[in-house]
Design a protein around this ligand. Structure first.
Ligand code: GBH
Length: 457
């Protein structure tokens, strides 16, 4: 940890978090593990996509990534040094069921047992995501097939059965839009398809169906009581100002703009406006699907990065998105517009619309153009600025009584940032991708202080 002068005096702060608030960091399997051919793991759609020339920045791949498959003990040491209570990581489906279904691979499970041993030995509570986009490539048709949703449920049930003695918090899927629309409609993400609307909407349906069947399978197979949720990145509509008409517009936008995903999950149905908008392209739904999809959740996980501003509008639907002007500030990734109040609105909107028993911020963080300076340090004041402002806004949500229980910073480490390869660094630890050496940034020292004092510093 870089040395900075910190007084040990607890200082008076009006940004103190509730007692028992959980601080953590997040990562995902394909972005950190590497070891893609090891111990029986077979290719995923992301292995295939990354090895297709032209898909990823500089044709980089997750073959080695942070090598966390071998260096997980170092990673847990970093978590311990931060003082986090929790760690969110994902399990690679293709390590557990290399073909997606059929025969399980005991060596895959062994790896996660080792990770859990290490976390629990350091008193860090695991929060496990079951699917963070790394779909086993062997599954015929990928998410175009309903069978993939069923295969996911089998895999989720298997993991719950074997790990629920020690894992009590499970998230089914991460960010529906990224593995459905980006994978099958725009083609930016694996598997890189550009399907017409009717088929792309069916892929969306299979995504949320996998979640629903997964929730049921986890509960049916767990060894004892577990908490089940998901990690979702709804479009985060923020009212342009807090006046009644714009508040109302944002509330409508939240529900209608997220209709195919979070709204369907929280309400167990496709709302009228979505069905009308899609018309003949609306997804085909089989009996029982919406009941599974609408399974009551123990918590909702929200991945929050940037706002979408919305205002009242005279159109029939009553709301309109306000596009950011060219001067709107953003972080190193141009899509990370800096609008910290989005984290408050995410929690408040989900609470007001659907009243889940608990909410976690399952991801929040940013890319910065980090450089190691002459003194060997990374002074990422822009990342600290981004995080401090988001935590100040999240504090408002805790003060107003919304049930937000914890926060996972994205990310513990610089890692494979999907189509951006290694060009965008999100870690609070710098990774030298040649040597795999980890180096805490100034933001790591800052976050350790936030955690130790349970307040924004
Ligand atoms: C999350 O995605 C992911 O869960 C995580 O794995 C990832 O590393 C992290 O955030 C940081 O990106 O090029 O304008 O079409 C965030 C949602 C959606 C953000 C797709 C990037 C592409 C924007 N992502 N988006 S654009």
């Amino acid at each position: 940890m870089p040395k900075f002068a910190f007084s040990q005096e607890p200082h008076a702060s009006n940004l103190a978090y509730p007692q028992g608030f959980l601080w953590g960091c997040a990562t995902a399997a394909y972005q950190v593990e590497g070891a893609v051919h090891e111990d029986g793991r077979k290719p995923t759609v992301w292995d295939v996509f990354a090895h297709t020339p032209g898909k990823i920045y500089k044709n980089e791949t997750g073959d080695k990534a942070d090598d966390s498959y071998h260096l997980y003990k170092e990673d847990v040491r970093l978590l311990h040094d931060l003082g986090v209570q929790t760690y969110r990581f994902s399990i690679a489906w293709a390590r557990i069921f290399p073909d997606g279904t059929g025969q399980p691979n005991p060596k895959g499970l062994d790896y996660y047992q080792r990770v859990l041993d290490e976390l629990l030995a350091h008193n860090i509570t695991p929060y496990v995501t079951l699917f963070h986009w790394d779909l086993p490539a062997a599954l015929p048709g990928g998410w175009q097939s309903r069978d993939t949703s069923k295969a996911f449920a089998e895999y989720a049930g298997y993991v719950a059965k074997h790990l629920s003695d020690r894992v009590k918090h499970f998230m089914t899927t991460n960010e529906f839009t990224c593995f459905t629309d980006l994978g099958y409609r725009t083609g930016h993400f694996a598997p890189g398809l550009k399907l017409p609307a009717k088929q792309a909407n069916q892929v969306r349906h299979h995504g949320i169906l996998a979640h629903g069947l997964g929730v049921q399978a986890i509960r049916a197979n767990a060894q004892g009581p577990v908490q089940v949720g998901l990690a979702e990145n709804p479009t985060d509509y923020v009212p342009v100002m807090e006046t009644p008409e714009h508040l109302e517009a944002a509330r409508k936008a939240w529900r209608e703009g997220n209709a195919p995903f979070l709204t369907a999950v929280m309400e167990g149905r496709y709302i009228e406006s979505y069905l009308k908008e899609e018309g003949a392209n609306a997804p085909r739904v089989e009996p029982g699907d919406m009941e599974a999809i609408g399974s009551k959740l123990d918590f909702v996980g929200l991945n929050v990065y940037a706002p979408t501003y919305v205002r009242a509008d005279s159109s029939p639907r009553g709301w309109a998105v306000v596009n950011p002007p060219a001067s709107f500030p953003h972080m190193a990734s141009d899509w990370i517009y800096v609008g910290p109040e989005c984290i408050y609105w995410a929690v408040r909107s989900v609470s007001e619309l659907w009243h889940p028993p608990a909410i976690y911020i399952t991801e929040n963080g940013c890319s910065s153009d980090d450089v190691v300076n002459a003194a060997g340090q990374i002074e990422d004041t822009d990342r600290i600025m981004y995080l401090r402002n988001h935590l100040s806004q999240l504090h408002r949500a805790t003060q107003e009584g919304y049930p937000v229980k914890g926060y996972f910073l994205w990310s513990l480490l610089d890692n494979f940032e999907w189509d951006d390869g290694y060009s965008k660094r999100f870690g609070i630890h710098y990774v030298d991708f040649k040597t795999e050496k980890r180096l805490p940034k100034m933001s790591a020292a800052w976050y350790a202080q936030v955690i130790a004092r349970n307040t924004v510093v």
